[in-house]
Design a protein around this ligand. Structure first.
Ligand code: NAD
Length: 361
């Protein structure tokens, strides 16, 4: 009997609905190929939700997400809602979703696609073969630590404060996700901290080292964050899986992603304590090209592959889909954002159709 999954679709705003339509078509092909059965349920988030209900994350959306095996999100946001107070803006919907589903682990791959290697700003010999996964802690650290705020001091001067704090259990749970992730990859994990200066990092390093005993098949190393930043642009091929806290991960995941050079190709996954994950492209809603059939749907498609691999444990279907993306690029298909001379310029829909053709073979 076919393995059944309930998938929540959150198309959101801008190019969201266009790229989501491609992802759904792709999943329908995989149903047949891999004996899977997807039940899709669509819900509102971001600007689309504001228009329909007055709030960026209606309670119904969270309920629908919780009642599913995985959540596939496209993108939120647009100029139209930029002047609303921050708690009513589309971005609040995204933060609410992360908090509501307790998504504490963010997985951001940076993998060089051979056909697009010239899009990187670094030399070919530096980036060729790069395949890194950054595992970032998402719900703790300095973005959430208390005390936080801007306070008056006795001298009348103001003082801004944030607190970088992690408990042992917070470190252990992100550590476990990272070790498990490394295990599914090349078995190399680099933990990044600032243990030479920060006590919170000393605890981080101690816990990662302790955890390593439970994963003898994974090789654990440590780097200070300043060195990690340098190594990422100097010799990125030395990395397989990187684990780090919220602040360092925010910066390093963007730096690692940019080794690849193309925003329309970058997927991500955010995983929660319950095992439920949200899978979404790194890019935003691209309001400048929304509705023009110009969007690159491949980051959404690669996010769908991450959903299959990390959310549903369907590695064979994920591999097949990722290979399909490489093949369609090898065939010369390109959307505007990754176009180069001699290639065939396609719109969002036509790129989806070209991919379907490859997958159906
Ligand atoms: P953006 O990623 O939407 O766009 C940046 C540039 O990249 C634009 O020129 C856009 O056309 C292009 N681009 C992005 N995705 C593309 C794709 N798939 N194919 C082709 N070109 C693509 O970032 P922005 O312009 O800073 O933000 C636009 C809106 O998106 C804002 O409202 C912002 O808040 C929101 N945003 C949402 C998310 C999210 O949903 N996770 C992330 C970032 C930004």
């Amino acid at each position: 009997m076919a393995q059944q999954y309930r998938i929540t679709l959150l198309p959101g705003d801008g190019i969201g609905p266009e790229i989501m339509a491609v992802a759904v078509d792709v999943l329908k092909v995989l149903e047949k190929k891999f004996d899977l059965q997807f039940e899709f349920q669509e819900a509102l988030i971001g600007g689309a939700a504001i228009e329909a209900t007055g709030e960026p994350l209606p309670a119904a959306t969270l309920d629908i997400c919780r009642n599913s095996d995985a959540v596939l999100l496209a993108a939120i946001g647009g100029y139209k809602w930029d002047s609303l107070p921050s708690h009513l803006r589309p971005e609040a919907g995204l933060l609410g979703l992360r908090a509501g589903l307790e998504l504490f682990a963010n997985l951001r791959p940076a993998k060089i696609i051979p056909q697009l290697i010239d899009a990187s700003t670094l030399k070919r010999e530096i980036v060729e073969g790069v395949d890194i996964m950054v595992v970032r802690e998402l719900t703790g650290g300095i973005y959430f630590g208390k005390p936080k705020g801007i306070f008056d001091t006795e001298t009348g001067e103001k003082r801004g404060v944030n607190t970088m704090a992690y408990t042992e259990s917070e470190i252990d749970r992100i550590g476990r996700v990272a070790f498990e992730t490394a295990r599914k990859r090349q078995g190399k994990l680099c933990s990044v901290d600032k243990a030479n200066v920060l006590e919170v990092s000393q605890l981080w390093r101690d816990r990662m080292t302790k955890l390593a005993a439970q994963y003898p098949d994974v090789e654990l190393t440590h780097l200070y964050v300043d060195n990690a930043a340098m190594q990422l642009v100097r010799a990125p091929k030395q990395f397989d899986t990187i684990v780090t806290g919220n602040l360092f991960g925010d910066i390093l995941s963007d730096a690692a992603a940019m080794l690849t050079g193309s925003i329309g190709m970058l997927p991500s996954a955010s995983l929660g304590a319950s095992g439920l994950g949200v899978f979404e492209p790194v890019h935003g809603s691209a309001p400048d090209i929304a509705g023009l059939d110009k969007a690159n749907p491949l980051a959404q498609v690669l996010s769908t592959a991450m959903m299959l691999r990390y959310g549903l444990n369907q590695a064979a279907a994920a591999d097949y889909l990722e290979k399909g993306v490489l093949q369609v690029l090898a065939n010369g298909a390109r959307t505007g954002d990754i176009m180069s001379s001699g290639m065939q310029l396609l719109g969002c829909r036509a790129m989806g159709e070209a991919l379907i053709q490859v997958l159906e073979k």
